[in-house]
Design a protein around this ligand. Structure first.
Ligand code: AQP
Length: 337
């Protein structure tokens, strides 16, 4: 009874690369805080990952690693539904139904589509999946009658589109979906690229110095932070004029809770060396215990299998209920049972 009255949260991370500290601070760390208050579905969205080319063996490895990272970061398998997206076929099915209720114009206006497709040059080599990505994301969310979607700022536009698609379907047929709200945390909502701090940090970046991976060894983390692009002002100040420094301050603030004012005072007149060293240490302190747990979990594949199997069963039950509603309203003849 109590379970039913809790609001529903859905979120996921795609195994399109190894997770970065952006994914951790913008998504995962906040998910952990939400698990007591909400009925949470946390998914490894492997269907999303194949919108760009993936090496099969890497995709398999990363999918399992991300599940292990969820658990190691503190998401309790007993309290939450954790599953792998491709194990719940309702996601693909609902996505097609919603694709037929979406427009090429609105999809091609999405910033992520524009950014990623510009990487591939001409349209003959851009997968249609990349264009349709936000529709699959809408299906993910709407199938669970989700109230809130915790995402980083970068995903806000996709969530707005999911709301539009849901409203359009509800108006065309009859109320079917709950209209989800974004849940964007104040802290860590956008972690920027360490080399080009006006761009967001991304796990699929070609430059390893642009990101900190969740599984990067401590010495690599410290080295990458020491090489992070700052500026020639030499002042630790939270300012749009100093995007590199601002980004490092955001990371430090999210990890340690120190306010921007405190950080500014602490490093006054000291240049960047000690500041960067401390940012590196703060990251290592946070990530090392998680990394150790991930390594242990990956040695116990049976345990991980138990988690994703139970998660898929529960998720399928809920998702199929919504899918059947959609099919019926569209005018499909129900499957004879
Ligand atoms: N730099 C970031 N700062 C804050 N939050 C971030 N997220 C991603 N990057 C940052 C949040 O992580 C969650 C999962 O994202 P995703 O893997 O589904 O896709 P994404 O947003 O496209 O992440 P990446 O790392 O940039 O992946 P690629 O490079 O494959 O596109 C989301 O909640 C997102 O907001």
């Amino acid at each position: 009874m109590e379970e039913q009255s809790k609001k529903v949260i859905f979120s996921g991370i795609q195994p399109s690369g190894n997770l970065t500290i952006g994914n951790y601070l913008g998504a995962l760390k906040n998910w952990v805080k939400l698990q007591d208050e909400y009925d949470c579905y946390y998914c490894v969205v492997d269907l999303h990952a194949i919108t760009v080319k993936q090496e099969p063996k890497d995709l398999r490895r990363r999918t399992l690693e991300i599940l292990a990272i969820y658990i190691a970061a503190g998401i309790d398998p007993e309290k939450n539904t954790m599953f792998i997206q491709s194990h719940v076929s309702a996601h693909s099915e609902a996505s097609w139904l919603l694709t037929c209720n979406s427009y090429v114009g609105e999809l091609s206006r999405m910033t992520q589509y524009k950014d990623k497709s510009s990487k591939y040059g001409n349209s003959t080599s851009i997968s249609a999946g990349l264009l349709n990505y936000p529709v699959l994301m809408a299906a993910d969310i709407l199938l669970y009658q989700t109230d809130l979607v915790p995402v980083g700022l970068d995903q806000k536009q996709h969530l707005e589109l999911a709301r539009n698609i849901a409203e359009r379907f509800n108006n065309a047929y009859s109320p079917t979906f709950k209209i989800p709200d974004p849940y964007i945390p104040k802290e860590g909502s956008k972690i920027m690229d360490l080399q080009e701090p006006l761009k967001k940090m991304s796990k699929s970046s070609d430059n390893p110095n642009s990101y900190i991976l969740l599984m990067d060894p401590p010495e690599v983390i410290k080295k990458k932070i020491s090489r992070a692009v700052t500026d020639s002002l030499g002042i630790v100040k939270y300012s749009d004029e100093q995007p590199g420094v601002k980004n490092l301050m955001t990371i430090l603030n999210t990890l340690t809770g120190e306010t921007f004012e405190d950080i500014e005072k602490k490093y006054e007149g000291q240049g960047y060396a000690k500041f960067k060293e401390d940012v590196g240490i703060a990251i290592v302190n946070e990530l090392e215990p998680i990394q150790n747990k991930v390594k242990k979990l990956l040695e116990d594949k049976e345990y991980l299998e138990k988690i994703y199997k139970a998660g898929a069963e529960k998720a399928s039950y809920v998702a199929n209920k919504t899918l059947r509603k959609m099919q019926k309203k569209i005018g499909f003849i129900p499957v004879a049972r």
